[in-house]
Design a binder for this molecule. Structure first.
Ligand code: ATP
Ligand code: MG
Length: 299
């Protein structure tokens, strides 16, 4: 970071607001309790479908899973956010170009591990990424499975949380656990639910209805079933070929289902706007209270 842009007084660092920061219309996180339910595939396919509808989409790959977004799309990411921090490259150098003009910030060693950055590295990260002055209609975050604190934090920053589950009892129980803990820890009371790899439309509807009913009765949480995506053997074929199924949606039933959900998102989403700076500043704010206790620093 340009030292001239940083003024340090006591324990508080004030960030310069000179750099123009781009805006994000809506932030959507793709979450799940259990791993392997199709978050990455959902992220990629919704993003491609939205982009094809004329929306500008940025994927933030916050996942540490085996099949990362860049791998699924067949893109090679040479650099990560850590290289930006080490001043080897700029933020523009790490953003990957996906199909249909889609942009991707690859995970490197996982966005959630950014919470382990030192205080000064956090300030530097916010400054460098804030220089991204492009506007996006949507940022979709592939957040990774589970209910670890960094994953929950990442989800809490979204305008819309889409919880992905499969019809299997383990997956639905973990989806419910995710909703419960998000509500307890982050006071979030509304979620969208996507049932993936269903064997029939009825199965998707039934699984969604049950989760929504239980979440309403025991948690008072609102769960909107945004849709279901059938199990489709073509998906694996396209994943192996590293192509997003939405590109072939005319031929795959799963691709069509993801397209329909993307349409629903566009039709039901209002136009919010968060600056890139605010988003990244909130992201690295994760241990703020712990750090404040430790050494009274604020960001
Ligand atoms: N609708 C579908 N039909 C058939 N296979 C699917 C479908 N959705 C996902 N899959 C397959 O399921 C596997 C897991 O998908 P994916 O990697 O998207 O899950 P994930 O939730 O991101 O996993 P992780 O928690 O490890 O990050 C992949 O092999 C993918 O091809
Ligand atoms: Mg994944």
């Amino acid at each position: 970071m340009d030292k001239a842009e940083q003024k340090q007084t006591g324990n508080t660092i004030f960030l310069s607001h000179a750099a123009k920061s781009g805006r994000i219309g809506n932030v959507i996180s793709i979450a799940s309790g259990k791993g392997g339910v199709g978050k990455t595939l959902t992220t990629v396919n919704l993003a491609v479908a939205l982009q094809r509808m004329g929306q500008k989409v940025l994927i933030l790959d916050g996942d540490l899973g085996l099949a990362n977004v860049d791998v699924v799309l067949g893109l090679a990411s040479r650099y990560t956010i850590y290289d930006v921090l080490n001043e080897k490259v700029t933020i523009r150098d790490i953003i990957l170009d996906g199909p249909m003009g889609l942009k991707i910030i690859p995970s490197g060693s996982g966005i959630t591990s950014l919470v382990n950055l030192s205080y000064l590295q956090r300030v530097q990260l916010v400054e460098t990424i804030s220089k991204l002055d492009e506007n996006f209609d949507f940022m979709i975050i592939d957040t990774g499975a589970g209910i670890s604190a960094p994953v929950l934090h990442l989800n809490s920053m979204a305008d819309k949380i889409i919880v992905v589950t499969t019809p299997e009892p383990h997956a639905t129980l973990d989806a419910y656990a995710f909703i419960k803990v998000m509500q307890e820890e982050h006071k979030i009371g509304a979620f969208d639910l996507l049932v993936n790899m269903t064997r029939s439309q009825e199965e998707g509807t039934e699984v969604g209805r049950k989760i929504a009913e239980v979440a309403d009765r025991y948690l008072g949480a609102r769960v909107n079933v945004i849709g279901s995506v059938p199990h489709d053997s073509q998906v694996r074929k396209y994943t192996m070929a590293r192509q997003a199924a939405s590109e072939h949606s005319t031929f795959t039933v799963a691709g069509q289902a993801w397209n329909n959900i993307a349409r629903e998102i566009v039709e039901t989403t209002g136009s919010g706007a968060t600056s890139q700076r605010d988003f990244w500043q909130n992201l690295v704010r994760f241990k703020k209270s712990a750090r404040v206790n430790e050494n009274s620093q604020t960001l």
